[in-house]
Design a protein around this ligand. Structure first.
Ligand code: ADP
Ligand code: MG
Length: 456
């Protein structure tokens, strides 16, 4: 995936400015592995190798990045940092900073985030199945739902639920001599394994992971293509399963969609219960916003909660991000968190009534018609060049005209991955930016005219 040239220049300039503040070494460590996929004028898209990177960067550097991006791209720009999915991320993941290796040979559950409990988890239609499965596993570990495999998109609460299982099991275990619980992300597992092999400590590594009552492994999609790790993981799985230990796995996709996963692992992943988490519906989003505001001690007017719930639809982490930004901006500007203020912070500058309110369906229709295709062609899996190109243009229009999230667009186009959408947007944007592809510019222009005509 090649980012558009023009945006690369902007990204390089942002990096220079960031390095000016952080010093070259720190900037190099954290931002060299990041890839910029461009900007649509409202959001600057960055992709980093894995979740640890994303979490570290969003906690420590998002403010600085946003500040620098805004200097160059305008005061409303938001920086969106996503972890790479699939293999690309995996191989890059090797560059990730070494994980903390717990002292001693028994894994300590100290890495459980104290905030991620069942109490702080808002249950709604989209996650109730998964939530119930997690509760069941705490109540009856190592029995029916073993392993429990939970999957769902980024920022939907998988990690939160896994930690909640850890906390709740620890509490339950206190009465019966204590349970041994190990929570680890898949790339940490891989890193520890590599370190163990290097240092001739594989026995200790094995003891560590095979002597637990609960093994919680986050983001197992990162096993894709990692043959050595898969073999080790397979043996760990078997050893634990035989002792009746409970295994909980999370992934951004179901076992059958993890590429380059050994068949024997795939079948094991499906032995117990596979439960999915869906993006939250409107009510759940509202409930989550209310809950998060409450924990931050902020009073949010209803119309503000409404704006956020309407604008951020697919990612709970993003909802939290918006709230945090909103609170920070309000205190910085000594402003009340009003609806106008929220729209401003969200970069929603166009007045409501002027916003084009065509649905993605309609935009697909219009684009398909323009290319003499059917809407069905557009969302099909066909890779024929003319269809693929029309599809990319349609995705671009959906993004530009509805501001829908990448995952939303992916869903509307035959359930494609958000990285595919990103790729399409980047491609169209770079065609437009290059300026030498008259056709992209002309096509978009004509389509926009068609859209205007339908609107009026
Ligand atoms: P994932 O692992 O699926 O990418 P996380 O578990 O890291 O997502 O969740 C992202 C953020 O959203 C976390 O801060 C988490 O606490 C919060 N979150 C997700 N789902 C819920 C929920 N149902 N109720 C409250 N907070 C949630
Ligand atoms: Mg997670």
């Amino acid at each position: 995936m090649k980012p558009a040239k023009a945006e690369n220049k902007v990204w390089r300039e942002i990096l220079t400015r960031v390095a000016g503040e952080l010093g070259p070494k720190e900037a190099e460590t954290w931002f060299r592995p990041a890839v910029c996929y461009g900007t649509d004028g409202q959001v600057l898209y960055l992709e980093v190798p894995n979740n640890s990177f994303r979490d570290y960067i969003t906690t420590h550097y998002l403010g600085l990045l946003t500040e620098k991006a805004r200097e160059l791209l305008g005061p409303e720009v938001i920086v969106n940092v996503e972890a790479a999915g699939g293999q690309e991320g995996l191989f890059a993941g090797k560059n990730a900073p070494a994980p903390e290796i717990a002292a001693g040979s028994t894994p300590r559950p100290s890495k459980l985030n104290p905030i991620y409990t069942f109490d702080t988890f808002v249950v709604g239609r989209s996650n109730s199945f998964c939530h119930a499965a997690c509760r069941a596993v705490v109540a009856n570990p190592g029995t029916r739902y073993n392993p429990l495999f939970i999957y769902g998109g980024v920022g939907l609460g998988k990690t939160h639920l896994m930690h909640a299982v850890g906390h709740a099991s620890l509490e339950r275990g206190n009465g019966n001599g204590g349970l041994r619980i190990s929570y680890i992300s898949c790339d940490q597992f891989m890193n520890e394994m590599i370190a163990a092999v290097k240092n001739n400590k594989t026995d200790a590594f094995r003891r560590k992971f095979r002597n637990v009552d609960f093994l919680l492994v986050d983001d197992v999609q990162f096993l894709a293509g990692m043959e050595g790790t898969q073999v080790e993981f397979f043996h760990t799985f078997n050893a634990l399963y035989e002792t009746g230990a409970q295994i909980v796995l999370s992934s951004d996709r179901p076992p059958k969609d993890i590429p380059k996963l050994e068949e024997r692992l795939r079948t094991r992943f499906e032995w117990g219960l596979v439960a999915d988490i869906q993006p939250p519906d409107y009510e759940t989003r509202r409930a989550i916003i209310a809950r998060k505001a409450e924990t931050q001690g902020v009073r949010l007017p209803d119309d503000v909660a409404d704006v956020i719930a309407n604008r951020i639809t697919t990612n709970i982490r993003a909802i939290e991000g918006v709230l945090t930004r909103l609170v920070a901006a309000a205190s910085h500007n000594h402003a009340d968190i009003s609806r106008e203020f929220t729209l401003e912070v969200l970069g929603e500058i166009a007045p409501e009534d002027k916003r084009i309110s065509l649905s993605m369906d309609q935009l697909q229709e219009i684009t398909a018609k323009y290319f003499n295709l059917s809407r069905r062609d557009l969302i099909s899996k066909s890779r024929r060049a003319n269809i693929a190109h029309a599809r990319q243009i349609a995705m671009y229009l959906c993004r530009a005209k509805t501001g829908a999230s990448l995952s939303d667009i992916g869903l509307a186009f035959g359930n494609r991955d958000h990285t595919t959408v990103l790729y399409s947007l980047t491609k169209v944007e770079s065609e437009l930016a290059a300026g030498d592809d008259e056709s992209a510019t002309r096509i978009i222009k004509e389509l926009e005219n068609n859209i205007e005509r339908i609107k009026n």
